[in-house]
Write a protein that binds this ligand. Structure first.
Ligand code: ZN
Length: 186
């Protein structure tokens, strides 16, 4: 699924408990950051026509950061930096695994490649998780899911006075919630 959907889903999960901004940000990060292993696409595209192409996207996307080893690293970050450690850890690991689950069910490439997830990496290459029924990256269930998440996010913004915009700009976040309360009532 695309990073925006992962972002909305993770932020929503981060609101399942009464946490500080820092904990919500850390949990949201855990649900989004696995996709940094897709940044190799820049190098892959830049070197595509050269004599020594670097296929970093094809080789490392869904490998480097979509596995239990990376999950443990994130768990460590949460334990060190979060305020409500165990609640944050539970929600962060849920966000991380929900990311993997969403990729597993809805991230088939346009060429039909399933981008299997080597869940036990780097400890073992035994499990290459893929699901036969996986739908395409841009298929309608992903669009519907993103739309539903947007509705949930708007509801939370109205009810609790905060939205995922808090990760980008506190001012924009406050402006949105004020607008929602003016439109939909206090
Ligand atoms: Zn991913």
């Amino acid at each position: 699924m695309n990073p925006a959907t992962h972002f909305l889903a993770s932020w929503t999960l981060a609101n399942a408990a009464d946490l500080t901004f820092r904990d919500r940000a850390l949990i949201t990060l855990c649900g989004v950051v696995p996709d940094v292993d897709g940044l190799g696409i820049i190098v892959e595209l830049a070197t595509a026509g050269s004599t020594a192409p670097l296929n970093w996207y094809s080789r490392y996307h869904h490998v480097l950061c979509h596995n239990i080893g990376f999950g443990l690293l994130l768990a460590l970050v949460i334990l060190i930096f979060s305020v409500r450690r165990w609640t944050a850890l539970l929600l962060a690991m849920s966000a991380f695994h929900f990311h993997l689950f969403c990729d597993l069910i809805g991230s088939r490439g346009p060429d039909g490649y399933q981008w299997p997830i080597p869940y036990l990496w780097p400890f073992s290459r035994q499990w290459q998780l893929a699901w036969q029924g996986q739908w395409a990256f841009n298929a309608w269930p992903n669009i519907v899911f993103t739309f539903v998440l947007l509705l949930v996010v708007l509801y939370l913004a109205w009810k609790r006075g905060r939205s995922p915009l808090e990760m980008i700009s506190k001012k924009a976040d406050a402006a949105l919630t004020v607008k929602l309360k003016a439109k939909c009532g206090p």
